[in-house]
Design a binder for this molecule. Structure first.
Ligand code: FAD
Ligand code: SIN
Length: 526
């Protein structure tokens, strides 16, 4: 089956939905999404979206906080642009129906998170992302030019490679013509041709064994672009959130928002001692890389499985009002956040690197844009400032949409792409091979490529992963294509890119901490 659209959007999180709403007045839009239409990282965002609203806050302060957090590797021009465009994008979200909490004075109730020098996080209680998905999906459903196909899995980008031309990473004019996508209800692979394609597939938290990210986060977009010989960068910078709820049998891990530390929560070891000031004068509200490393270190030297977040001294009513879902979730496990310590542990959370894009969201492949967590814009540098990712997604969706609308009429559909070659799909896949390889890959990444790395650990990870890579490619060549197999393949590809990037960076910077190259003037970790 073949479909033709003007704009193809892969992903239905904040980046994909907001882009779709912007291009839909100009042409036919198709959104593909591999699970239920609301399933995304966006849906689980808790803390909120960073934006300068009132003095004494200022763009300059937000820019400075972002740069400090990025540890010298942010693109300053991008940071300035994103921060200065924040107010207008927030206004637009509100016009689209997103409701952010206000205080008794009728002003927005701004939260604070690690690395922010001011309160500047707009939120909807502690489920901001859910509210954003709700409002945007409502708008998308109402637009006559937008169609959403859910449970459609994008497998492969269509380029000149599919016309029989040799494409390498040095080919200067690789073009994107759309994708092959698996309709998971019929098990048919369809050809979807587009003039412009937006990759908005989100992150890859599932590369690690413990993550705050839902199961959809398998780095598909990055893997697809990498295979199509597009540019991917900064993948060594994978952010671990310091405080996921310690509940060993739960996957994904439930997040305990950093906004709780912004509200006054304090990290303590299990004997009740505050420890963050040993590591950073900002204490529990230091940037995430520092807090996650400190917790990891305390757990290692003490032999503990978790640390505590202590909120018992905080205003009970305010705590429950601001964090009703966290309160409810903890209560369901017998933890009353107003009276009990909350056991927490770091978990993989955010992919700072990704598909390299310019300031208009253009990737290195013609007619392919990328926005949101799958992209690398230069905003985050070596470490993302909390609540800057929803902001980045909405700013880059806007800029990509504007640029796409200007270009799409000059792009023709490519009609000569062959049907998906189904010859190799004879034998059924063996599920046990997929599930075991997935566990192994996640184990390798967790044990050797986590919060603290070393040359030896990276080499070991690389060698182990190579075996899985070869086995999985072999399986892919000869068996039926399924989402599980594609996701395993993508997780292995993304893990490989993370390791390669990590091996190339011979220093400790931001989220990439190498025991062989300890940071100057800060504690050494192992
Ligand atoms: P997503 O929202 O993840 O959407 C990706 C979409 O792509 C999904 O619909 C998915 O199904 C689809 N997809 C993926 N692969 C394929 C494929 N092969 N074929 C078809 N469809 C595909 N950031 C903040 O700024 N503030 C916060 O408070 C915050 N809290 C967070 C809390 C949690 C628990 C988590 C997990 C993340 C949080 N983040 C937060 C990060 C933020 O939510 C994400 O970075 C952001 O929502 C990403 O949006 P996105 O549109 O790029 O991707
Ligand atoms: C949180 O609420 O702690 C998550 C915020 C973020 O990841 O930006």
């Amino acid at each position: 089956m073949k479909r033709n659209v003007d704009f193809l959007v892969i992903g239905s999180g904040l980046a994909g939905l907001s882009y779709a709403l912007k291009v839909a007045d100009h042409g036919k839009v198709l959104i593909l999404t591999k699970a239920n239409e609301d399933e995304s990282n966006t849906k689980y965002a808790q803390g909120g979206i960073a934006s300068v609203m009132y003095s004494p806050d200022s763009y300059e302060k937000h820019i400075e906080d972002t740069l400090v957090c990025g540890d010298g590797l942010c693109n300053k021009e991008v940071v300035r642009m994103v921060v200065s465009e924040s107010s207008v994008r927030i206004k637009e979200l509100i016009e689209w129906g997103v409701q952010f909490d206000k205080n008794q004075k009728g002003e927005f109730d701004l939260g604070k998170e690690g690395g922010h020098s001011e309160n500047r996080v707009l939120h909807h209680k502690d489920n901001t992302g859910f509210e954003i998905e709700r409002a945007l999906l409502e708008k998308v459903h109402a637009h006559p030019n937008i169609e959403i196909l859910h449970h459609y899995f994008a497998i492969e980008l269509l380029t000149q490679h599919h016309l029989g031309r040799k494409v390498t990473s040095r080919t200067p004019d690789i073009e994107c013509y759309g994708v092959y996508a698996l309709n998971t209800k019929t098990n048919q692979i369809e050809q979807i041709l587009s003039r412009i394609t937006l990759m908005a597939t989100g992150g890859a938290g599932q590369v690690y064994a413990a993550t705050t990210n839902p199961f959809i986060t398998t780095g598909d977009g990055v893997a697809m672009v990498y295979r199509a010989k597009g540019r991917v960068e900064n993948m060594e910078f994978f952010q671990f959130h310091p405080t996921s709820l310690y509940n060993p049998n739960e996957r994904p891990s439930f997040l305990i928002s950093e906004a709780m530390r912004g509200f006054g929560g304090v990290l303590k070891t299990i004997d009740g001692k505050e420890f963050m000031h040993k590591y950073d004068k900002r204490g529990s509200l230091a940037p995430r890389d520092i807090v996650a490393r400190a917790i990891d270190n305390e757990m290692k030297i003490r032999g503990d499985d978790f640390v505590f977040l202590d909120c018992r001294h905080l205003d009970k009513e305010g705590l429950i009002k601001h964090f009703p879902n966290i309160h409810k979730k903890c209560l369901s496990l017998g933890i009353d956040i107003t009276k009990d310590y909350i056991p927490v542990v770091p978990a993989s959370h955010y992919m700072c690197g990704g598909i390299k894009v310019d300031m208009n969201g253009r990737s290195s492949i013609l007619n392919l844009y990328a926005a949101g967590e799958c992209s690398c814009t230069g905003l985050h540098g070596a470490n993302r400032l909390a609540s800057n990712s929803l902001l980045e997604a909405v700013v880059y969706a806007h800029r990509s949409a504007k640029d796409s609308v200007e270009r799409f009429k000059n792009v023709d559909h490519c009609d000569s792409i062959p049907e998906w070659n189904a010859e190799r799909t004879a034998s059924p896949e063996e599920m046990v091979l997929i599930t075991q390889s997935l566990r192994e890959a996640q184990g390798i990444m967790t044990n050797y490529v986590g919060i603290v790395r070393s040359n030896l650990r990276l080499k070991r990870a690389f060698d182990r992963l190579l075996i899985l890579h070869n086995e999985t490619e072999n399986l892919y060549e000869r068996t039926t294509v399924s989402p599980e197999l594609c996701q395993l393949r993508n997780i292995i590809k993304v893990s490989y890119i993370i390791i390669k990037c990590a091996m190339m960076r011979k220093e400790s910077v931001g989220l990439h901490y190498m025991a062989d190259y300890p940071k100057k003037f800060s504690p050494a970790f192992s």
